[in-house]
Design a protein around this ligand. Structure first.
Ligand code: PMP
Length: 438
């Protein structure tokens, strides 16, 4: 396509053709397919530090970082060494192992949770947390926010039917209405909506689940005190507060989003979900929380949950090594690199006359192609996706791989050094002009 004009992408295009013949849309997770921005997705052969190299030999500064996990950058030597040593001892035993205990201890020491259970994806983590909340409370209703993504859990693939206090309709075919009719969807950052729904349905609500800071409609920080308010409201009504830190955990700060609010304000969620960074680039995720709630989980309690590869020794070794290397200096580096890129993006977009808003929570940020503060999904929906598509492709042609969607955070790593950041800065002005021309 003309969009791919500047770079040679024949090898990616050929693989994409083969992929489409054997896999729906040619990809194993939808947004990788560039459907939102057009063009050919790049097939990556290898990655090192901040850089991706595709099958045509093109190199890109990676601002996706595997959608969050690669906090230390790709192929970090110490992570590779630990993983290679673990692989040499065998890859899965179906028994308890030491790395699981060590990773659980590391997570407990850094976050609000007292006990954790490992799973293999963020989806499994939120699905299991909700089952546990329902089992613990003996209630059925789940409250979520529009624009928050918690994985492809049936009950959570729901959007608001017709506004406040309306039980949700499924957001996709294949999810029966019976799976979402117990899900209530509210606008984010809206205290009055939360109060109203708890006033009406409080005694039926098992849990409220929210992204600790939404990153799946772009970064929409909770307004000051919002998470504390959610926690208090849940407690008052005997519901559990489930904080989804799959994206923010060990990323927004060393202690995730909770390190930016709960730890300072002195409150804890009842349950928390983790994924991404804690798996160090392997399929590992977790849910955890209050010891008495987690005690309801099988085999200690009656709520069933299990997994053949849960706590896999390779994955937990990669996660443990990653977390141990995720020192305060790593987060300071992400902050500094992020500030540099945000300032340059704002300058380039302003100079080109492109409406934009940049929002952050801790080290996480995103650039909205929309005017004015974005505090909920309605605001995020004003994004100019055509402008973003042009911007995305102009960046890609200049060697910067942004998320192929206008509603994502731009992820950095400890390996985004001066050369990588400069590559991004050099690409921005021309990309901003491309966005302006749409
Ligand atoms: N929760 C949040 C906040 C997420 O960002 C994601 C994934 N982007 C998930 C849950 C689902 O995780 P997974 O893709 O590992 O199933």
């Amino acid at each position: 396509s003309p969009r791919d004009a500047l770079l040679q992408t024949d090898a990616s295009a050929a693989l994409f053709d083969r992929a489409r013949a054997v896999t729906p849309g040619g990809v194993n997770s939808p947004v990788r397919a560039f459907n939102a921005v057009g063009g050919t997705p790049r097939f990556i052969r290898s990655a090192q530090g901040a850089w991706l190299r595709d099958v045509d030999g093109n190199e890109y500064v990676d601002l996706i970082c595997s959608w969050g996990p690669m906090l230390l950058g790709h192929a970090h030597p110490e992570v590779l060494e630990a993983v290679q040593a673990a692989v040499a001892r065998g890859t899965s035993y179906g028994t308890p192992t030491e790395p699981e205990v060590e990773l659980a201890e590391e997570i407990v020491s850094r976050t609000s949770v007292e006990k954790v259970r490992f799973v293999s994806s963020g989806t499994e983590a939120t699905m299991s947390a909700i089952r546990l909340a329902r089992g613990f409370t003996g209630r059925d209703v789940v409250v979520k926010f529009a624009g928050c993504y918690h994985g492809h859990v049936d009950a959570l693939l729901a959007s608001a039917g017709s506004g406040l206090a309306t039980f949700a309709v499924p957001g996709t075919p294949g999810v029966p209405a019976s799976s979402t009719e117990l899900t209530l969807v509210l606008p984010y950052n809206d205290r009055a909506a939360v109060e109203a729904v708890f006033a009406e349905h409080g005694d039926r609500i098992a849990c409220l689940v929210t992204e600790a800071a939404p990153g799946n409609m772009g970064v929409v920080p909770p307004e000051p005190g919002f998470n504390e308010f959610l926690a208090a409201t849940c407690t008052r009504h005997g519901a559990l507060f489930v904080s989804d830190e799959v994206m923010t955990g060990f990323r927004a700060s060393r202690q995730g989003q909770w390190g930016l609010d709960g730890a300072l304000e002195g409150w804890r969620p009842d349950l928390v979900t983790f994924g991404k960074v804690m798996g160090g680039g392997f399929p590992a995720a977790a849910f955890g929380g209050r010891a008495d709630v987690m005690g309801h989980l099988s085999p200690e309690g009656p709520v069933y949950q299990a997994g053949t590869l849960s706590g896999n020794p390779i994955a937990t070794t990669a996660g443990l090594t990653t977390l141990r290397l995720a020192t305060p200096e790593v987060y300071d580096h992400l902050t500094r690199a992020g500030e540099t890129i945000k300032a340059a993006a704002a300058e380039a977009l302003t100079a080109a006359g492109v409406a934009h808003t940049i929002q952050s929570t801790g080290t996480m940020f995103s650039v909205f192609f929309a005017e004015g503060a974005v505090r909920d999904f309605d605001d995020a929906s004003r994004t100019d996706t055509a402008a973003y598509g042009a911007f995305f492709h102009a960046m890609l042609e200049r060697g910067v791989y942004l998320p192929p969607s206008a509603y994502e955070a731009w992820f950095l790593s400890a390996a985004h050094d001066e050369r990588a950041v400069q590559t991004v800065l050099d690409a921005l002005p021309e990309a901003a002009r491309a966005a302006a021309a749409t």
